[in-house]
Design a protein around this ligand. Sequence first.
Ligand code: ATP
Ligand code: LTN
Length: 334
Amino acid sequence: MKEFSANITKSILTGIQPSGVITLGNYIGAIKQMVRMQDEFKSYIFIADMHAITVPQDPTTLHENIRSLVALYIACGIDPDKNIIFIQSENEYHANISWLLECNTPFGELSRMTQFKDKSSKNANFYAGLFTYPILMAADILAYDVDYVPVGIDQKQHVELTRNIAIKFNKKYGDTFKIPDVYITKEGTKIMDLVNPLKKMSKSSENPKGVIRILDDINSIRKKIMGATTDSECIVRFDPEAKPGISNLINICVALTGKSISDIETMFEGKNYGEFKRFVADTVIEEISAIQARYQKIINSQELDKLLEENATITRAIAQKKFMLMKEKMGLYK
Ligand code: ATP
Ligand code: LTN
């Protein structure tokens, strides 16, 4: 059975929605950071599939994306021996805890969540789960008594709600939850869309030419990079305002090679954009093909099933204990 190293004392938990195949932007901006954190914290990383269904999903695609995301994380360097990687819906106690928390969350406070206001204003036919989503997130977090919750700034309000729910619950029923702190993941380099470099590269983008997905075929990755929007200056120079396309390609190189911006500028002094793009494509392809090779070994392996089963058992036991404690505190039948 997996155990965290004894000299690591602080814990983190974070969830990722399986809303599509991850992009080069997700890899550079989020996953590489998680890989760096895994030596410092006990890390619970889960696939938030129950959060994903708060908006309509195609069941077949969703099903594939869940397992694929687990395999991709491991292929990208998230070490299953250092992290507990699990699937949210495999642990029914998240939903059970969520219900008990729903009955302890003021409606007014939940109504202030800006993500709900944004998402519900875009489509009038939304479901109740979109509204109660932050309480499920509170359940995910509070079940594990973690110290920190690493999230992007857009999720900060949900973690603050989690803290408020936990503080009030502890006051009302006695000590039940550890109060977690939000850990705002420092904005890694933001990778931009290759066709429109003024827009973030995003999983849900409509134009596939601007987005590199980690599972894209290698030839199409090369084509996308060779076709990336640039400018007419023909000098490889970092200037995000005047030259967003070239600066984005420089950022990709910096993130993947560890070279500095000026190293890259010097390397391509007097050379044309074609040569620079070939270098970018080679660099990206080298990194992505290594990930894809590892992914292919993992995706259909029985070890992956075993890992997910084992981690479901571990996390179920932890969350069940918290659920039983909550039931007892709230006076439910035990
Ligand atoms: P969606 O299109 O579904 O909104 P997304 O690709 O924008 O998805 P998120 O799921 O919102 O990505 O974010 C997952 C993580 O990846 C976050 O930590 C976020 O900061 C990071 N991330 C997303 N896009 C980029 C990007 N283009 N550059 C750097 N980091 C990114
Ligand atoms: N809502 C988050 C995903 C998420 C999460 C969590 C993050 C679900 N439960 C618990 C941290 C902790 C998102 O959409 N990125």
